[in-house]
Unconditional design. Structure first.
Length: 202
């Protein structure tokens, strides 16, 4: 028997742009505005990246969430954020990483552009998609890409903190030691990444 989602529309007003939903954020119910398309509330996809250092591929970029109102404040995560309309996948990754960490992305793996006629094209993105909120928490789809970047990490005040390069061995140990210390979607992405570069326990 499936889990009943705890996501409830609470306001079907005439606002053509947004509608309110009551959602579980991990600590309790909150009411948030979500974009509206017709009569439906829609999710905005999130783009994230496992960013490896151009100087040493064994170094991975992590940050701590630092938005005061969020239940995941203080937890480790990989950089990323909402995907803006009209952005190519690699451009969205590069923008989010630069905004949140100051690191400049030089390459993004796993994106293939395919023209489909006229000026239109599609992008095929690999390797990973993560769906969160399937049990009633805040719903989101995270598209995770592999990227290479360089520079000295710095935080984005009010959004990120403790931004730094982690050696893959230290990261592997931290994933085992403190699972709850990671934002869940980032934990899931990093666990898969560790399976690619070498298995981890936990």
């Amino acid at each position: 028997m499936g889990v009943e989602p705890q996501v409830h529309p609470v306001d079907r007003s005439r606002d053509p742009v947004t509608m309110s939903y009551r959602m579980w954020d991990g600590d309790g119910y909150v009411t948030i505005d979500v974009p509206r398309s017709g009569r439906e509330g829609v999710m905005i996809p999130v783009v994230r990246a496992v960013v490896r250092s151009a100087d040493d591929p064994d170094l991975v970029l992590l940050q701590r969430r630092d938005e005061p109102s969020e239940s995941v404040r203080g937890r480790l995560e990989i950089p990323g954020g909402r995907w803006k309309a009209g952005e190519a996948p690699a451009d969205a990754v590069a923008r989010e990483v630069l905004e949140e960490t100051g690191v400049v992305v030089s390459s993004v793996e796993g994106v293939t552009a395919d023209p489909i006629g006229g000026n239109a094209s599609i992008a095929t993105v690999r390797p990973l998609s993560i769906s969160v909120g399937v049990d009633g928490a805040f719903p989101a789809v995270h598209v995770v890409l592999l990227a290479t970047g360089s520079g000295t990490p710095r935080p984005e005040p009010g959004a990120t903190a403790d931004v730094k390069w982690w050696h893959v061995d230290d990261l592997r140990a931290e994933l085992v030691r403190d699972r709850e210390g990671f934002v869940p979607a980032s934990y899931a992405a990093l666990k898969v990444y560790m399976e690619w570069v070498g298995s981890t326990d936990g």
